[in-house]
Design a protein around this ligand. Structure first.
Ligand code: MLT
Length: 353
């Protein structure tokens, strides 16, 4: 079941369904006079990071600028701060993850938070508890930040509407992966000095990729020119609306680009056959030194990981230390997530409900 935001399955988004924390609840007695009931003190309204879509360039820049400061801190011997001392961060991952979950854990710990990784496989969710029950249970434990990854698009928003803490989307179905796009944006900005005017080719399984969607929104907002390169079977129907130039051949798609962003074939989200064979896919869409010749001579190679060598990318280009910034992306992921935790909890602290 898909929880597309605004769909009928998303009725829980309705404010009237929320826990009314901090406002005097009223009960109606028989004669319909209103009796105030004392409730808990006002709690701040949490700010979430659910998507890049509709995020203005100034806000993206604010995240990137702060992340850049955390890059320096992470490279110094003294990596720890106590900014989030006393705060609790829970990583709630309903899908496998190495990079994203570890970097959120490191980011939280480097800022002094208590970090808990909830193992979904052994939690009550496996015993039949619904997503909303889980949200309400965690909410009752007074968390400050909930980082969620879920296989269904829209599920993280559904959960965010039910809890009183900051919620960060660590990837929901094929919808969005906002912190990945922020770290990709920072990687490009640190190498090239800017994002505006750059030509970026996003290649591979666009249809199932939340990374592609978040990146298309971010790059467009920041003034870059986005191309997508994929066979027609791996492109979403609304690709033109997203604001990307479509190419079905690597040679034309990569012509003169500054950045080549490769994506994995996300077989776990596929129902059916989208490519004739892996061998044929690599032949036409796998990034090789030969295909890379179409791009600018200094074009950077990116990949969000995990990489499938010999499927979407050849080892020779993945490991090219002059062109590949794949490990920079991993490094900067920690700094970007520290900036997100810092800004979102800071904004929450200064907001009154
Ligand atoms: C994701 O979670 O979408 C990853 O970062 C990219 C992938 O799985 O291919």
């Amino acid at each position: 079941m898909k929880f597309a935001p605004g769909s009928s399955a998303c009725k829980f988004n309705d404010r009237s369904c929320r826990t009314i924390a901090g406002r005097a609840r009223r009960t109606y007695s028989r004669d319909m006079t209103v009796a105030p009931v004392p409730t808990a003190p006002l709690r701040p309204v949490p700010r979430h990071l659910l998507a890049i879509e509709a995020m203005p360039a100034a806000e993206i820049t604010r995240f990137l600028n702060l992340a850049q400061r955390y890059v320096d801190q992470n490279r110094s011997p003294d990596k720890k701060r106590d900014l989030l001392h006393g705060k609790t961060l829970v990583n709630l991952f309903f899908e496998n993850s190495t990079r994203t979950r570890t970097s959120f854990e490191l980011a939280g710990k480097r800022l002094g938070a208590d970090v808990i990784n909830m193992a979904v496989a052994v939690s009550s969710i496996k015993k039949g508890e619904t997503l909303i029950d889980t949200a309400m249970t965690l909410n009752a434990m007074h968390l400050d930040v909930l980082v969620v990854r879920h296989p269904e698009s829209g599920a993280v928003k559904l959960l965010a509407d039910k809890v009183n803490c900051v919620v960060i989307n660590a990837g929901d179905g094929h919808h969005e992966h906002p912190t990945q796009a922020l770290l990709d944006g920072l990687t490009i900005r640190l190498r090239r000095g800017h994002l505006d005017g750059l030509k970026v080719a996003i290649c591979g399984d666009i249809l199932h990729s939340r990374v592609a969607r978040s990146n298309i929104h971010l790059l467009n907002a920041m003034g870059a020119h986005v191309r997508v390169v994929a066979p027609p079977t791996l492109l979403p129907a609304d690709i033109a609306r997203l604001g990307a130039e479509v190419h079905h051949r690597m040679e034309s798609g990569l012509a003169d680009v500054d950045i080549v962003m490769m994506l994995r074939l996300q077989t776990e989200r596929m129902s059916g056959q989208y490519v004739p064979s892996i061998r044929e896919y690599f032949h036409f869409f796998g990034l090789t030194r030969e295909k890379l010749k179409a791009a600018r001579p200094d074009a950077l190679i990116m990949h969000p990981g995990p990489m499938n060598r010999g499927v979407e990318i050849d080892s020779e280009v993945a490991d090219d230390i002059k062109r590949s910034v794949i490990l920079d992306q991993v490094e900067l992921g920690v700094a970007v997530r520290m900036a997100c935790l810092d800004l979102l909890t800071r904004d929450t602290n200064s907001t009154t409900g």
